[in-house]
Design a binder for this molecule. Structure first.
Ligand code: BTN
Length: 271
């Protein structure tokens, strides 16, 4: 099924954004690149100011967390990266993933009224129990340091646009809108994301507790039995909530509480 929509256009997208903004101050759209995160990092090294957003219609080497490949079907999704230079301590830059997840969840609900976007800690957005969005934050410390927040959103994919191995795990915004839904206007969806990211950006520094509270309320994991695939060990636990820094608090056997800061978490099979 051909669900491609008109090519993204930076001017058309800018026209949907408020004149005064930080995120999306400059917008670049590439027809194709390896990874938008790599392109944005190159601009970061070159000293480009924070707020630039770089989209690509197709990525040939899109990547996710833990070295995974990210499928980036041409013109079906929104594959983009933000270049940021947060003014707060580097130790807190890990907040960026939670901030981006909450903002993208809000953007999805604005673009698809009635839809509920859940956050699967730390970096995925789930719609109806399947992954529609992945977020990859990368940063370089030191003088001239910068962060790149890469966001991949499956927007207009139909079932047969996903490779075999993702069929049971992935979804798109359009699929979540219903079997008969028309392709979504990617400019409108992208604009909803950039407005939400921009609107929530000051809270990253000043009201991060509010962002964490919303991420917890939207959590796909809290209350569920999960498997934590840590760097040293794999164990079963129940997801309890989020800590002030955005890490995941879990309860293991014998009531022991542990904090998960990285690695991978999956929902345990229920028999
Ligand atoms: C994940 O699910 O592990 C994160 C996926 C992040 C994918 C996006 S697409 C835009 C940006 N460029 C990349 O190479 N990756 C991110």
């Amino acid at each position: 099924m051909n669900t491609a929509t008109p090519p993204l256009n930076a001017e058309a997208l800018s026209a949907l954004l408020p004149a005064m903004r930080r995120i999306g101050r400059e917008i670049v759209v590439l027809a194709e690149t390896g990874s938008t995160n790599d392109e944005a990092a190159q601009l970061g090294r070159a000293g480009v100011a924070e707020g630039l957003v770089l989209f690509a219609e197709r990525q040939t080497a899109g990547r996710g967390r833990l070295g995974r490949k990210w499928e980036s079907a041409a013109q079906k999704g929104l594959w983009f990266s933000l270049l940021l230079r947060p003014a707060f301590a580097l130790a807190d830059w890990s907040r960026l993933t939670t901030w981006a997840a909450v903002a993208i969840a809000r953007g999805i609900e604005e673009a698809l009224p009635g839809c509920r976007a859940a956050i699967k800690w730390p970096n995925d957005i789930y719609l109806s129990g399947k992954k529609a969005v992945g977020i990859l934050c990368e940063s370089v410390a030191g003088p001239g340091g910068y962060a790149v927040v890469g966001i991949g959103v499956n927007v207009n994919h139909a079932r047969d646009d996903f490779p075999e191995e993702l069929l049971t795990k992935a979804t798109s915004l359009r699929e979540s809108a219903g079997a008969e839904a028309e392709p979504l206007d990617r400019h409108a969806v992208a604009a909803a994301f950039l407005r939400a990211l921009d609107g929530l950006y000051p809270a990253l520094e000043n009201d991060f507790a509010d962002i964490v509270a919303e991420a917890e309320a939207r959590s796909f994991l809290v209350g569920r039995r999960i498997t934590v695939h840590g760097p040293q060990e794999t164990y079963e636990a129940t997801a309890e909530g989020l800590e002030a820094d955005g890490s995941l608090r879990v309860r293991c056997a014998e009531g022991v509480t542990r904090l998960v800061c990285g690695g991978e978490v999956s929902v345990s099979a229920v028999f």
